[in-house]
Structures are given as structure tokens and as C-alpha cells.
Design a protein around this ligand. Structure first.
Ligand SMILES: *Cc1c(COP(=O)(O)O)cnc(C)c1O
Length: 398
């Protein structure tokens, strides 16, 4: 097999192949370049690395273990879980929120800003800012505030300023606009913390770097316990941070099959899905070039998934690049498959997964049956399902 040529680093303009970049006004480009320069300087210092390492270990609870399941399928490949659900705050998001909060603090920024939809990014960021000691302001649509009570309460307790957004659809899209307007009031003193491997350069690279601890640990843990690499590594893809986080360590291992799982929602033939890499076209969103779910006018389409963390109409530029190169395959799982996986893991192994993570698990359970018993699948269990328990119970009439 010929060696696959890819670069894990974007070019000077922040492009992975033809994806990424900085599709933003020149004033903002100057600010993003400043963030990139600061990041490149700070990330290699021993002080920053020690600080982050110490927090990973004593605050987040890393390394998260790898767990070998035994009861998810009757036959076929063995399924292993990388337990990001055991992290402080219950998901992988704390990995990049800590990195971003620390960077903002090192750069002397006075306030960290973000929007949140279901509140997962908001809670992880408010947590990191409380710890690091920097002001945090989260914008959230009024409809989402009503729907996501526990997360709203947590953000308030954590001391962040929660700004309700009453314009437009009063959901995530308007929260993005509102938070961004606030950011533009003083971008040299504020830091806009993006919640996935999306947005203008350097965010896709930076968030990827902060998440790549997941794959580095997993690869080493797997080699140590099994004496070989997994045959397949899989993760769910919303913006793509947990997936790129686990994939990065395996990109050069050509024998390891890498598979990203997108939400097929109510079906790919309906408008109710968020399978951006499967059904999207090349376009621009949130300052980057990537595959998009958009209408004829180039406006983002409304997207849907049973897992609110996956309903994003764009996707990280590095995933677009890896798809075109054929190094990562992108498949999908629908709501029903997700719910089945959610219940199966809960009842067979006593682990309640996040609905997001259950998409990757659903794919693993399906494909395991077509593989042999000496093969293995590693699933990134990106988060825990406490947040989804009431919703699922109601949905299934439990
Ligand atoms: C937010 C979230 C996701 C989706 O985000 P990515 O950037 O695609 O990883 C996946 N799983 C969980 C548990 C989340 O909270």
C-alpha cells in the first residue's frame, strides 16, 4: 500500500488542503493572527505544558481509562471504550476549554466569551474560567435557556455571566451573532472561545491540539493492554473535536481504519439530519471553508439530531480534508440506532452514554458483527448521558 500523503498541520493561511482559512474581515484576521502567534509561542514552553499536564491529571482526572466491553454484541469484534465520560464535567469538552482559558489568561485577555446551545460548551467553559480565574460571558437563546435548565443553573453557580438572547429564533444561531457582536466591541481584550475544531484559523488547529491528548493516551493504553493497535477507531462528529482528538494519534497507522459517525437524524432522505460530510457541499460558514449543509443561496440549512451537540451545519476543515484524502471514512447513524445503542450500553455494561457518543457506539455495534473475534474496535465515548436521561426516559415511556 502506498503511503498516504497528508499534513497534520494547516498551511500558513490555515488551510488543510482547500478547507479552513480565515474568511473574515481584515481587522479580525489581525486578531486571529495574534492569537495564533501567542499560541505557537506559549504552547511549546515548559511552563504551559506543565500547567496543562498538571490540570489534566489532578483536575480533569486524566488519563481516562480504556474499558473492554463484553456484552454489546453476541459475536464479532471486541469493542473498547475510551472513557472521556469520566472526565470532570462529564465529557471531552473540558480538554479544549481548559486550553483556551489558559491561553486567554496568558495573553492577558480580560474576558472569555462564547455562545452555547444545549449548554455543554457553556458549562465546560464556565468551569475552566472559574478555575483559571478569568471572567466568562456566555450568550444563550431564550428558548434554549428554558429547555436546558440544569446547565443554565450550573453556569450561574460557576459564576459566569449568562446573557439571554431574545432576537430571531432565540436559539443557537442568534446566540452566535449576539456573542460575536459583544466580542467585536473589544477583540484585543476579549477572547472568543470556540467550542469545536471549527471557525477561522487558528481554532481548528488549536482545539485539535488540545483534544489530541485523547488519542495519544488511547494509543498507548491500547498497545500496553492488547499488545497491538485496534483495527478500527470510531467517534461521533458534530463540529469534530472529539473525533479529531482520538484520530490524530492514529493518522499515520495506515492499518487502523478511522471512521467518523455523523447524525442521520430522522433519515438522510429527510431534512432532519446533520450529516454534513455525507450530504454537504463545499462552502463557507463561521469564517472557514468546509463542507456545509446549505440552501441554493448559500444560507445554512436548519439541521437536526436527537443529540443536540451534533446539530451543526458545518464541520471542521481537517475532517473535510481527511475525507477527500480517503484517510477517514464518514458514515452515519440515525436517531433510532443511537437510542438502541444508548439503552444497550446502559443495560449491558452499566454505562449511560451521551446521545452524541451513542452514535459512534451504534456504528461500532453494527460493524462489529461483520468483523472477526480477534479484531477490535475502539470507540471514543465522548461524554456521559446524565444530561440525556430524562429526555430518553420520556421518549421511551420509561
Ligand atoms: C459537544 C459534544 C459532542 C460534539 O462535538 P465535537 O466537536 O464533534 O466532538 C460530542 N459528544 C459530546 C458528549 C459532546 O458534549
Amino acid at each position: 500500500m502506498s503511503k498516504i500523503e497528508f499534513s497534520a498541520m494547516p498551511d500558513e493561511q490555515g488551510y488543510f488542503g482547500e478547507y479552513g482559512g480565515q474568511i473574515i474581515p481584515p481587522e479580525l484576521k489581525a486578531i486571529m493572527d495574534e492569537i495564533n502567534n501567542a499560541y505557537e509561542q506559549i504552547r511549546v514552553t515548559k511552563a504551559f505544558q506543565d500547567e496543562l499536564m498538571d490540570l489534566h491529571q489532578h483536575y480533569v482526572g486524566r488519563p481516562s481509562p480504556i474499558f473492554k466491553t463484553t456484552k454489546l454484541t453476541d459475536s464479532g469484534a471486541q469493542i473498547f471504550l475510551k472513557r472521556e465520560d469520566l472526565n470532570h464535567t462529564g465529557a471531552h469538552k473540558i480538554n479544549h476549554c481548559l486550553g483556551e482559558a489558559l491561553l486567554a489568561k496568558h495573553m492577558g485577555k480580560t474576558k472569555v466569551l462564547a455562545e452555547t446551545g444545549a449548554g455543554q460548551h457553556g458549562v465546560a467553559l464556565a468551569t475552566a474560567c472559574a478555575l483559571v480565574g478569568i471572567e466568562c460571558e456566555i450568550h444563550m437563546g431564550e428558548i434554549d435557556i428554558e429547555k436546558e435548565h440544569p446547565n443554565v443553573t450550573k453556569m450561574k453557580i460557576l459564576g459566569c455571566k449568562l446573557v439571554p438572547v431574545s432576537r430571531g429564533t432565540r436559539t443557537l444561531k442568534d446566540a452566535v451573532d449576539s456573542a460575536f457582536e459583544e466580542y467585536l466591541k473589544d477583540p484585543s481584550n476579549f477572547f472568543y472561545a470556540i467550542g469545536s475544531v471549527v471557525g477561522p484559523h487558528p481554532f481548528p488547529k488549536m482545539v485539535r491540539d488540545f483534544q489530541s491528548i485523547v488519542g495519544r493516551e488511547a494509543r498507548e493504553q491500547f498497545l500496553q493492554s492488547e499488545g497491538k493497535l485496534p483495527d478500527l477507531v470510531t467517534a461521533c462528529v458534530g463540529g469534530g473535536s472529539n473525533a479529531i482528538g482520538i484520530f490524530t494519534a492514529f493518522l499515520e497507522d495506515e492499518e487502523v481504519d478511522l471512521v467518523g459517525v455523523e447524525p442521520a437524524g430522522k433519515g438522510l432522505e429527510t431534512p432532519d439530519h446533520a450529516a454534513t460530510l455525507t450530504k454537504g457541499v463545499k462552502g463557507t460558514i463561521h469564517g472557514m471553508q468546509c463542507y456545509n449543509l446549505q440552501d441554493e443561496q448559500g444560507e445554512p440549512l436548519p439541521v437536526y439530531s436527537i443529540a443536540s451537540g451534533l446539530d451543526y451545519p458545518g464541520v471542521g476543515p481537517q475532517h473535510c480534508y481527511l475525507k477527500d484524502l480517503g484517510r477517514v471514512r464518514y458514515v452515519n447513524a440515525d436517531d433510532q440506532e443511537c437510542l438502541n445503542a444508548f439503552m444497550t450500553l446502559s443495560q449491558k455494561e452499566g454505562i449511560i452514554p451521551a446521545l452524541e457518543s451513542a452514535h459512534a457506539l451504534a456504528y461500532a455495534m453494527k460493524v462489529a458483527k461483520e468483523m472477526s473475534a480477534d479484531q477490535s474496535i475502539l470507540v471514543n465515548l465522548s461524554g456521559r448521558g446524565d444530561k440525556d436521561a430524562d429526555f430518553v426516559a420520556e421518549k421511551l415511556g420509561l
